[in-house]
Design a protein around this ligand. Structure first.
Ligand SMILES: Nc1ncnc2c1ncn2[C@@H]1O[C@H](COP(=O)(O)OP(=O)(O)OP(=O)(O)O)[C@@H](O)[C@H]1O
Length: 568
């Protein structure tokens, strides 16, 4: 079992101990002030005693500065180390969360947790807890101090402090209800903004930039409403609590006047005792705010814990080594949404080192088949095997090592073209990268760019055209040189020049002997495939070669005839 990344370290605890000491030293200041006032009142004040007191005060001041500096530094370093470890842990954990989670609208939540929630947890460790501990120590010192001078005064102050408890309970209820909602809406707002920012080009292209912007604006408005609601519900409790805390002052003035007037309490003690409820009210308010803020930030901590405890991908990390790379689907069932089956008892074999093309209506389940081979999703039933080995017990990472994927969504990092291609094989030399690019028909356009292979691609490759991005993804596949190739032939959206260049690149990619599964959107490209699978409504309706399927006169033949008519 791995160590809990949220576990606090010794620096944090040392910081807390020093906060307690600093709180106590703040209390000593009052003791010395009290002594000075008493000497003044008794007429026993003189230079040596004043000097002694000043030295004491100076000494305590210096000690406080030293302790504060060490305590502050220790809790900052300790807290930052915990959040740093937590971030690394989450980075590693996200690698092991099933890939399907990232397509279920949870991306915003993950971003929020890894960035702002971890930051909030860091704030708890570096600031909130330390301040609360220091203020509680100081308050306790004051109560004890007053209690030592006049016991009923100490009891009054302690009672005023106890009044905090029911108010805190009420405030915590508000935080639990509205604070949790605020945190959830905040994650949704991040998702909405991420979606808007990443899809802005598409939104504008389809003239829905304004509508989408309204969606973002209304999400932001919802967030501000929830925030306002949260504050609104917290204010009454906070206001009444403040009144109760300040009630200590008149109560003390009146109660302490009785022993003072009867001569049992000297006027100096009376003055100091009457001043302290004001200080205590301010401190108690800070403690209450600190605890509220702690409770608030703890929502973030709970979210971090949720990710830490999220089920991980199961499956062996042993490399998937098989003699052949034949892919077998045996009675495979799959649905993205429970109760809405996408694949129904799909059974077929993709022969080793042969080209299998998948054709079928839009939405029939073609891409889903590729997603299941790549283990982006787990099948709900049946068995998928590679080289005779069922992959349901193999980690997705190990399966993906055997696969190159060229699909419609080409993801490029905000890095140079060279480094983007190198991701396919980190130890590839520059020559190997350039050779792959020549095969993928992208060498010439890359060389025409100002910085050649060192040209940045921009965020998600937005400095390149769709066809250029596709050819770069083909270059990656060529460089990776894995035994299985999953290909989504999507050239229909490209201009003629790019379409020809991508088709030529695909032809080069297919020259190598690999097990290829290719989704084809136009049938002319699959004529020479070793096998064609016709998918219809989540099932394999037909399988065979082009000639066999034409002879059969079924769905494929109908699709072929329709395409021929269109191109005539
Ligand atoms: N992430 C998802 N969540 C929910 N449903 C999905 C998801 N991805 C696809 N689907 C649904 O699953 C069905 C099959 O989708 P799939 O993408 O496999 O079809 P396809 O045959 O590849 O379509 P196309 O040729 O249009 O790309 C469709 O009804 C689609 O709406």
């Amino acid at each position: 079992m791995r160590e809990n990344p949220l576990k606090k370290n010794s620096r944090f605890y040392l910081g807390m101990v020093l906060n307690v000491v600093e709180g106590m030293l703040s209390g000593f200041n009052f003791l010395l002030l009290y002594e000075a006032m008493k000497m003044l009142w008794n007429g026993t004040i003189n230079s040596p005693s004043l000097l002694r007191l000043s030295l004491f005060l100076g000494g305590i001041f210096i000690l406080r500065i030293v302790i504060y500096s060490i305590g502050y530094t220790q809790s900052q370093i300790g807290g930052a180390a915990v959040s740093n470890r937590t971030r690394l842990f989450l980075g590693d954990k996200i690698k092991r969360i099933p890939l399907s989670k990232f397509t279920q609208g949870q991306t915003g939540q993950y971003i929020n947790i890894v960035t702002s929630d971890v930051n909030n947890y860091e704030k708890i460790l570096t600031h909130t807890v330390g301040d609360i501990v220091k203020h509680i120590t100081f308050c306790t010192m004051m109560v004890i101090f007053v209690g030592c001078i006049w016991l009923p005064g100490g009891i009054i102050l302690a009672c005023v402090e106890l009044v905090l408890i029911p108010f805190l309970w009420l405030s915590f209820r508000v935080v639990r209800k509205y604070g949790t909602e605020k945190n959830t809406v905040s994650a949704e707002t991040v998702s909405s903004i991420v979606e808007y920012a990443t899809g802005i080009q598409t939104f504008r292209a389809y003239g829905i930039g304004g509508t989408k912007n309204e969606t973002v604006t209304s999400t932001l408005k919802h967030f501000s409403d929830v925030s306002y609601n949260y504050e609104k519900h917290g204010i009454p409790t906070n206001a009444i609590q403040c009144i109760f805390l300040w009630i200590g002052l008149p109560v003390m003035i009146w109660a302490a006047s009785i022993p003072m007037l009867s001569g049992k309490l000297d006027p100096i003690s009376y003055l100091l005792i009457c001043m302290l409820p004001m200080l205590l009210a301010k401190l108690s308010d800070s403690i209450s705010r600190g605890l509220m803020s702690y409770k608030n930030l703890k929502i973030s901590k709970d979210k971090v814990i949720d990710i830490i405890e999220e089920p991980e991908e199961t499956g062996s990390m042993e490399p998937l080594q098989t003699a052949t790379h034949e892919i077998n689907f045996n009675n495979v069932d799959f649905s993205y949404v429970p109760g809405e089956p996408v694949l129904k008892h799909a059974t077929f074999t993709v022969p080793d080192q042969k080209l299998t093309a998948i054709v079928g209506d839009s939405g029939s389940g073609k891409s889903t088949i590729l997603n299941l081979i790549a283990k982006y999703y787990e099948a709900n039933g049946g068995t998928i095997s590679i080289g005779g080995k069922p992959i349901n017990h193999v980690a997705a990472e190990r399966v993906l090592e055997q696969i190159s994927m060229v699909d419609q969504d080409v993801f490029l990092f905000d890095d140079t073209i060279r480094e983007n291609i190198r991701h396919a094989r980190p130890n590839a030399t520059d020559e190997e990268i350039e050779a792959a690019c020549r095969e993928a028909n992208c060498d010439s356009f890359i060389r025409k760019m100002e910085k050649g292979y060192d040209t940045p691609t921009g965020e998600n490759g937005n400095l390149l055209s769709g066809g250029e991005r596709q050819r770069i993804s083909i270059a990656r596949a060529i460089l990776k040189n894995s035994p299985i190739l999953l290909l989504d032939e999507a050239t229909a959206s490209l201009d003629i020049e790019n379409e020809l260049a991508v088709k030529q690149a695909i032809a080069n990619l297919l020259k190598a002997k690999k097990t290829v599964v290719m989704i084809a959107h136009t049938l002319s490209i699959v004529k020479n495939a070793d096998q064609i699978l016709v998918v219809s409504d989540g099932k394999i309706a037909e399988a065979g070669t082009h000639d066999e399927l034409l002879a059969k006169g079924g769905k494929y033949a109908a699709m072929w005839n329709a395409e021929q008519k269109l191109s005539a």
